[in-house]
Write a protein that binds this ligand. Structure first.
Ligand code: GRG
Length: 304
């Protein structure tokens, strides 16, 4: 299905083009196999190039473009956030965490390579992301001060104040019934913080003004939450074939989710409200923000 928005913008073509660019750069910036111990390369490559929607790097690029930057400006940040996201999925699937066998429609990394290799592949992707982010030869168009701001954004989003902190809260919340505000806090950190950092990093790389950056931040926070609600709904309504990972796990494990707390209908109303608010936060942006507007809708309409 081709997703059409106003001005005949085609999100399908946009996603196809940007995903292609992201994947080419992921492969290139991972570097040649000869520089790594071979199992390490294979396990990093396996998860990094296993498909995936590439939503975070595409958001990084779309945010840069929305403020008049180019795709090229955003590439180091886009590649880094996808490496970090991939590491988080590898570690999340481990037996000590969510214990999942299937990821991106394939055996989870530890199922394919063993737990030790999966832990190291995750560690390697995380550290490689920051090596790339701090490589001056990749940032020829971006002032050094903005590069530092981008590194800081991504560190905060991925680390203990963001995604890692959210994962810890998630683990501690198992078996407890969270109220709505605690559920929101959990997801703002676990899922929202890296999405927020992806968008803010793209905005900074594209040369956003402070006003533009706050509008992008508002957009990011709304779609970050909508993304998680959609993910919870897919776990109820999606099939493993479509979603590419096991479904129905959340209710079996008594997880804190939006459908469990609010019911499916209320969850769908909330995700749509967040998408409308996200699109509204871009009202001062011109047609260059059309991709961001379309992605906000895609986030709740997707089937995987
Ligand atoms: C292990 C530090 C650490 C963190 C794990 C990301 C995460 C935190 C856990 C994944 C579990 C999960 C289902 C989170 C909810 C939303 C989410 C991040 C889904 C997966 O992201 P997608 O849908 O995946 O963008 P693809 O495969 O398309 O990249």
């Amino acid at each position: 299905m081709t997703i059409q928005l106003m001005n005949s913008f085609s999100l399908t073509s946009y996603l196809e083009e940007k995903r292609g660019i992201v994947e080419k750069n992921l492969l290139m910036l991972l570097g040649p196999p000869e520089i790594y111990p071979s199992i390490l390369y294979e396990s990093m490559h396996y998860s990094l190039l296993a498909g995936g929607k590439r939503i975070r790097p595409v958001l990084t690029i779309a945010a840069a473009e929305a403020v008049n930057g180019t795709t090229e400006f955003a590439i180091p940040a886009a590649v880094a956030v996808e490496m970090i996201h991939t590491y988080s999925l590898i570690h999340d699937d481990l037996p000590a965490m969510d214990n999942d066998d299937l990821r991106r429609g394939k055996p989870a990394n530890h199922k394919a390579f063993g737990e030790a290799a999966a832990i190291l592949a995750g560690d390697a992707l995380l550290t490689q992301a920051f090596s790339l982010l701090s490589d001056k030869f990749l940032w020829i168009n971006t002032p050094a001060n903005d590069v530092l701001r981008i590194i800081h954004e991504i560190g905060i989003g991925a680390g203990p104040l963001g995604m890692v902190g959210g994962q810890q809260i998630d683990i501690e919340s198992e078996g407890k019934n969270l109220n709505l505000s605690n559920l929101e806090l959990l997801h703002r950190k676990k899922t929202g913080a890296l999405i927020r950092a992806s968008i803010r990093a793209g905005g900074i790389a594209g040369g956003a003004t402070d006003i533009q950056l706050s509008a992008l931040t508002e957009y990011a926070e709304k779609i970050g939450l909508a993304f998680q609600i959609a993910d919870d709904i897919l776990d109820v309504e999606g099939s493993p074939e479509e979603v590419g990972k096991s479904t129905g796990k959340d209710s079996k494990q008594n997880k804190n989710t939006y459908p469990a707390l609010l019911g499916l209908e209320e969850s769908k109303i909330l995700e749509n409200k967040l998408v409308n608010e996200a699109i509204d936060s871009l009202k001062e942006f011109d047609e260059k923000a059309e991709a961001l507007r379309a992605i906000a809708q895609y986030i709740v309409e997707r089937k995987n």
